[in-house]
Design a protein around this ligand. Structure first.
Ligand code: ARG
Length: 582
């Protein structure tokens, strides 16, 4: 149970004792922390339902709380808000419990599909956010006790593969991959480098846009690949392997780590069987030579076009591979839930896929969640681009924030006296922390502006500020150990800064639970920031290592230890690497 759950339960009892529904007892953090710590607004709703005076009802409820060992003060404000202050002894007891993580009561097996990079195509800003948010949601769920399997779900089966294959065929027609009479085996090593591949994609895609005959070649190659032409499959394997090796390095530097590197192609083998099944269920319908699935419902408020399962040329596309992937995951993983962290532009796509999967009985729609997110924009308010107007590669992003972090460290006189290798590593970690924290602290569904100056600042609600705060808290503990300050002990609340810190600490489980249940990592970012701020005030006002009273010193050490624990846990849940020194 979280702090707010506990308080709500006590408050609920008071409502029940006054003859009202216990559900009105919901307690929240006070809007005005200067007036109260917590508040309950339930008397207003209860009064409305019972056609009674809310202040009188609130008074009745608060009488039931008199003599409570939990509340030090219960007052009625305005039209009937119940304001609450906790007994220090009870708060101290609560605080202790928050040196551990919140665990879900019903752990589930969950697949989380995030990242979604496309083979040979550069990653765009949507992929960057998917990776950062998905990694964090995966870790938040794991910390709550869920079994979570992260899948990169590579885009490895689309038209870009046919564009690349046909491009290479035009450039080097003599390669054995293009000789239909070739009996194999095909060479072990790729015929081109990753650099070639990356240069070939924009050329091929531009050529296909400009020339219809060239585009037809690409489409035919895509179809031949999907139909299993051996030379094309062998070449495809090379392209995927080259791309994935590079992606693993980039994602690794970003601290993003997938359990599965499955792709759209992995579900392809299931297509014939699913095709047959959908037909038998009467879900596939012919329309203009294509096979479609109707997913519209009578009560739809917006247009809901049918899915094109197979186009008129016989090729299956993105919808079909997503449906097949659901079937594949049920067979191989059997999860209770599937989460998709993919940008907002694909909302319609997922709504269609989820409806079709549900209609076919493959997976219940309410266990399929599209956790869409807003766009990272440039200062011009448009999706972030390079100065030249292109999309920035993940590698360039990492380099850019690393360089900026490096100069910030110098400006702040930090990371001095370390070797070059260590300094570079610190700069990368600070840069990545800045980028990730900025992304995650922004509510998932909102757009935000990429502002490298602000993100890398050591002041304000930033990754570098929190890294620094955490390192400082750890150094207090190290100093205490070195000075023989003794063991942490029972928590005693005396100074106001101590009380405020305890209140911040006791909010951890609520923050973790809300971040998980609402799929919103920024809630944990907010908690980390208020914790660091409360610590900073506590540190300025209260002696720790050199506190003379043994009990007070032991209590403060315990508080510091819990703060350090929570920050470590939150860094882990955000996917941000902490730094011991900087
Ligand atoms: N590769 C896709 C893209 O770049 C994203 C894949 C997301 N996952 C999924 N199951 N469709 O847009």
């Amino acid at each position: 149970m979280t702090l707010l759950d506990d308080l709500s339960a006590f408050m609920g009892e008071a409502f029940a004792a006054a003859g009202l529904d216990a559900a009105y007892g919901r307690v929240v953090r006070a809007d005005r922390p200067d007036l109260a710590q917590f508040q309950c607004n339930g008397a207003l709703a209860a009064a409305k339902a019972a056609k009674q005076n809310p202040r009188a009802l609130a008074g009745m409820v608060s009488e039931k709380l008199s003599g409570s060992e939990i509340f030090a003060e219960v007052t009625i404000a305005g039209p009937g808000f119940i304001n609450l202050k906790l007994q220090d002894s009870w708060l101290a007891d609560q605080t202790k419990r928050h040196g551990d993580v919140w665990l879900s009561e019903a752990p589930e097996k969950i697949v989380i599909d995030y990242g979604g990079p496309n083979v040979a195509k550069p990653l765009h800003v949507g992929h960057l956010r998917a990776a950062i948010i998905g990694e964090s949601l995966k870790r938040i769920a794991r910390s709550a006790g869920h079994e979570v399997i992260g899948d990169a779900h590579l885009g490895d089966w689309g038209l870009q593969m046919g564009q690349l294959i046909s491009e290479l065929e035009l450039r080097e027609p003599d390669l054995p991959y293009f000789d239909e009479a070739f009996g194999g085996p095909y060479p072990q090593d790729a015929p081109i480098t990753l650099g070639d591949l990356e240069a070939m994609y924009p050329a091929a895609s531009a050529a296909c846009k400009a020339d219809k005959a060239r585009a037809d070649l690409a489409r035919a190659a895509t179809k031949a690949l999907q139909d299993g032409r051996p030379g094309y499959r062998a070449l495809w394997r090379h392209f995927v392997d080259l791309s994935v090796a590079a992606m693993k390095k980039d994602y690794g530097d970003l601290g993003v780590d997938f359990d599965l590197w499955n792709g759209e192609a992995d579900a392809d083998a299931l297509i014939p069987e699913i095709d047959k099944d959908l037909r038998a269920r009467g879900l596939l319908e012919e329309s203009d030579g294509a096979d479609i699935i109707r997913v519209a419902r009578d009560d739809d408020k917006k247009e809901m076009p049918p899915i094109i399962f197979r186009n008129s040329q016989g090729a299956v596309g993105y919808h079909a591979t997503d449906i097949a992937t659901i079937v594949d995951r049920v067979r191989n993983i059997d999860p209770a839930r599937m989460l998709y962290v993919v940008d907002a532009r694909q909302r319609l796509h997922f709504e269609q896929v989820f409806r079709a999967a549900d209609a076919a009985g493959y997976f219940a729609e309410d266990k399929l969640e599209h956790l869409w997110f807003g766009t990272m924009n440039g200062k011009d308010g448009k999706p972030f681009k390079t100065r030249e107007g292109g999309t920035l590669k993940l590698r360039d992003f990492i380099d850019m924030v690393t360089d900026k972090a490096q100069s910030r460290l110098v400006e702040n006189g930090m990371a001095e006296g370390f070797g070059d290798v260590e300094t570079a590593e610190i700069a990368r970690k600070v840069g990545v922390a800045a980028l990730k924290f900025a992304d995650l602290s922004n509510p998932r569904t909102s757009d935000y502006i990429f502002d490298i100056e602000r993100f890398t600042s050591f002041e304000g609600k930033t990754g570098p500020y929190l890294l620094y705060a955490r390192a400082r808290i750890r150094s207090v503990l190290a100093k205490a150990a070195a000075a023989g300050a003794g063991e942490p002990g029972e928590i005693l609340i005396g100074a106001p800064e101590e009380r405020d810190l305890a209140l911040a600490v006791a909010a951890f489980a609520d923050a973790h639970r809300d971040a998980y249940q609402k799929r919103l990592p920024h809630i944990l970012c907010d908690h980390a920031f208020s914790l660091a701020q409360a610590f900073s005030k506590f540190y300025a006002a209260c002696r720790i290592v050199d506190e003379g009273d043994d009990n007070v010193r032991a209590s403060r050490l315990r508080l510091v230890e819990i703060v350090a624990f929570q920050l470590d846990k939150i860094f882990d849940m955000l996917g941000i690497e902490a730094l011991e020194r900087m």
